[in-house]
Design a protein around this ligand. Structure first.
Ligand SMILES: NC(=O)c1ccc[n+]([C@@H]2O[C@H](COP(=O)([O-])OP(=O)(O)OC[C@H]3O[C@@H](n4cnc5c(N)ncnc54)[C@H](O)[C@@H]3O)[C@@H](O)[C@H]2O)c1
Length: 369
């Protein structure tokens, strides 16, 4: 159990601060305020105006532009970091160094080496380091993971993920590092070690001369002969957020923009008449088509960030790894870094060495080493 978790009465609210109050930080502020398991004490931003705006006018939450001041508050046990990715390593190291648990936005860092430093530091200190892999906490993705883990889908054959709309062309990052962490973290969470990417090939385009890819495609062969494909795009006039997970028994289509039917589970697919026949015989066999029902599971409409906050507080209280732990963040970074390598090599497939283990399973204990 972590030092901080053991020191304090488990039912007390966890004292929290938010660092970074730009676009995303205020969403963390709102969800931390709404959860009785924590007490939001500070909002910190280099711009004091933004910190004040995010804290609100009628509030006891203090606003500051000094991270040092936040970390000096002994009642702050945990910090949620929503600063730009290039600042994550320095800010998170400072928070962990001050003995605070950390929830950090995606991506964990800008390189695998930096991500590993953060994971090692948290492990040494027995502190929680959790990734805000927001989509993993949506009811749809949690159900998708259950469907994969329970074997309902059968053997995974393919994953196809599309995340495109008119997005902000970011000044300091390309579309892969901006959007693909969502799809890669979903892939990591949903497959949870049942199969995993063995390589990545990346293709990108910059038709508006922004100086970085604005359209990107990732192809990831998976163990067991399966394949995953991810399409991210800042330039599409229409918004599409769809993921298809095809299995030997069922296929799930997740349409995040369709609240009345986010998940559709199809009992439809293609089968070889005699799957155990040898290769020569199989060539001569005809395939058969299975046309069964489609079921749309009922899902609660809850905000993913509320579950992120609850998991963060629960992992602190219970002294355990969170579901989306630092190791999950590093696996995403490994793919992003290999994808950048592939882009430099004109789309060559770059082998990946991903440890075939799932994300934090919500059970493993935190032990200071
Ligand atoms: N989980 C999600 O769905 C999601 C969505 C959007 C953004 N994000 C992530 O959130 C993070 C922030 O993105 P954003 O779009 O809000 O960026 P932003 O630029 O709008 O806001 C960042 C804020 O951090 C402040 N800041 C920078 N360095 C700081 C420091 N050292 N100390 C205190 N404040 C500092 C800036 O002044 C700014 O107000 C990024 O990691 C991004 O990838 C996550």
């Amino acid at each position: 159990m972590s030092r901080l978790a053991s020191d304090r009465h488990r039912s007390e609210p966890v004292g929290v601060a938010v660092v970074g109050a730009g676009y995303w930080g205020p969403n963390l502020v709102r969800n931390l305020l709404a959860y009785e398991g924590c007490e939001l004490r500070w909002v910190c931003d280099l711009s004091i105006e933004r910190a004040l705006r995010a804290a609100g006018r009628y509030t006891t939450i203090r606003a500051t532009d000094s991270l040092e001041t936040v970390l000096a508050d002994p009642r702050v046990e945990a910090v949620a970091v929503a600063t730009p990715p290039a600042t994550h390593t320095a800010v998170v190291l400072e928070c962990l160094g001050a003995g605070k648990h950390v929830l950090v936005e995606k991506p964990l860092a800008c390189s695998v080496a930096d991500g590993e430093r953060l994971v090692a530091m948290a492990a040494r200190s027995g502190l929680v380091l959790m990734l805000d892999h927001t989509y993993c906490y949506t009811p749809a993705v949690r159900r998708l993971r259950e469907l994969v883990m329970s074997g309902t889908l059968g053997k995974i054959q393919y994953v196809d993920s599309v995340r495109i709309n008119l997005g902000l062309v970011q000044p300091d990052t390309d579309v892969f590092w901006d959007l693909a962490p969502h799809d890669l973290s979903i892939l990591d969470f949903v497959l949870d070690g049942s199969c995993w990417p063995t390589a990545v090939a990346a293709h990108g385009a910059d038709p508006i001369s922004a100086g970085r890819p604005c359209i990107g495609y990732l192809t990831l062969p998976l163990t067991g002969g399966a394949i995953a494909h991810i399409h991210v795009n800042w330039l599409s006039p229409t918004k599409i957020r769809t993921t298809v997970v095809g299995g030997s028994r069922r296929t799930v289509v997740w349409d995040d923009l369709c609240p009345s039917q986010r998940l559709s589970v199809y009992d439809r697919g293609v089968e070889l008449a005699e799957p155990d026949a040898d290769a020569a015989t199989r060539q001569a066999l005809t395939v058969s088509y299975r046309v069964g029902d489609m079921v749309a599971p009922a899902l609660p409409e809850t905000e993913a960030l509320q579950h992120v906050v609850m998991e963060f507080v629960a992992s602190i209280r219970e002294g355990r790894l969170p579901l989306t732990d630092g190791a999950a963040g590093v696996r995403v970074l490994r793919i992003l870094e290999a994808a950048a390598h592939s882009l430099r090599e004109r789309g060559a497939a770059i082998p990946l060495d991903l440890t075939p283990v799932g994300t934090g399973n919500g059970v493993a204990r935190l032990v200071a080493v």
